[in-house]
Design a protein around this ligand. Structure first.
Ligand code: HEC
Length: 158
């Protein structure tokens, strides 16, 4: 009776030790992997890029004041057409997180990326670089220039 319960305790203690070892090594490993991956993504995304890109928009001057009506229009379009691939934080989805994207890209570049993504990933060096780490091609969402402009205004808020 006494021997039996001692065996049981030994088995239980051993079980706890084994699972403790298993969880620590497993947790440590996956932490390492995800941080290396995010580091390389972050470096490219956070780099400021001065190009205007290729597409219909060659010059676009922004008013320093944000136009709230445009922001609201852009929000509706963004929620309908962009959230399947983009988060508004820094977190990566199918495409890059778009937090503060308008501080690291020119307005012309963002507009051309929205209106002409296929040619951008073939000819613009930053878009090419993004494609090489995201492995999926952003498609043309058929926005008009006015719709793209409202999405840009919405992105200036994030
Ligand atoms: C099917 C997924 C998908 C959809 C939908 C999509 N995108 Fe993208 N987007 C991507 C990917 C992937 C990239 C990176 C470039 C590439 O690989 O084509 C990207 C890149 C971008 C970039 C450049 C980000 C940076 O860090 O420089 C912007 C801006 C952008 N998209 C805006 C939008 C907007 C606005 C919409 C909605 C109108 C949209 N995207 C819809 C997948 C998508």
């Amino acid at each position: 009776m006494c021997k039996f319960s001692l065996n049981l305790i030994i088995v239980q203690v051993f079980g706890v030790l084994v699972s403790a070892v298993f969880f620590t090594s497993c947790g440590g490993d996956s932490d390492k992997k995800s941080s290396t991956k995010n580091d390389s993504v972050d470096r490219i995304e956070n780099k400021y890029y001065d190009g205007k890109g290729v597409g219909p928009i060659s010059d676009l001057a922004l008013n320093p004041d944000i136009d709230n009506k445009l922001v609201e229009e852009g929000k509706v379009i963004f929620n309908a057409k962009c959230t399947s691939c983009h988060k508004l934080s820094n977190e990566k989805g199918i495409g890059p997180g778009l937090a503060e994207v308008t501080t690291r890209r020119r307005p012309e570049w963002v507009m051309n990326m929205i209106l002409n993504p296929m040619e951008m990933t073939q000819k613009d060096s930053m878009a090419k670089e993004l494609l090489s780490i995201y492995y999926s091609q952003m498609l043309d969402n058929n926005l008009t220039i006015e719709e793209a402009r409202s999405v840009l205004e919405f992105l200036r808020r994030h």
